[in-house]
Design a protein. Sequence first.
Length: 220
Amino acid sequence: MTLRNEGKHMSTKSQMRKLTLTLTMLTVVCIVAGYAAVAASSHLRPPTVVVTFNISKVTQDLTEKVDAEARLRELVTKIEDETARRIDAIKALQESYEAAAEVDRPAIIEQIEQLSLEGLSYRRFADMRIDNERSLMFRDLYIKIQDSVAAILKDNGYDLVLISDDDREIALDPNSQVAREYQVRKQIELQRIIFASSQIDITEQIVTHMNLEWEKRSGL
């Protein structure tokens, strides 16, 4: 009875060994097959096409930016004219103060103070408006650059488009209250690309594409 039980036990252990060996072999086969599939897909995948562009040069050469800045200059001119008109009004009151009777002078001083406060308020509002308009201009241009890059990428089969800043120099502002060491380190940290070949630069391609699109929209 004992011998029979021992035989069964040995048979079970033998079966377990065979099962373990079979599972191990299957695992190895799966792993090898997985590596083979990855290797095969890597060989089949074409190399990644990477291009770069200089966003400062793109923005600088856009016809749309030139037109936008011309509109901003018109706004600035209107603001300067209005500021000059307000200053002239204050000067006229100051001149009338000298010739005014003593009884009338307090009222003139009150008018001068009121106009001065209004002038300061107008100037702050005007500066905020100009700043807001310029921020909207650059944000709009950046969105359009993104759209242009996406279209060029699709048409040319590019896989990755990077903003290149390899020509940017580390500059110091001697008048800044920030330590020079921090200025240098901060600029280095913000550096995206140290070197990019001119052969993969599509700056002019983007400028041409965007200028043509602007001409279409403007009906030029």
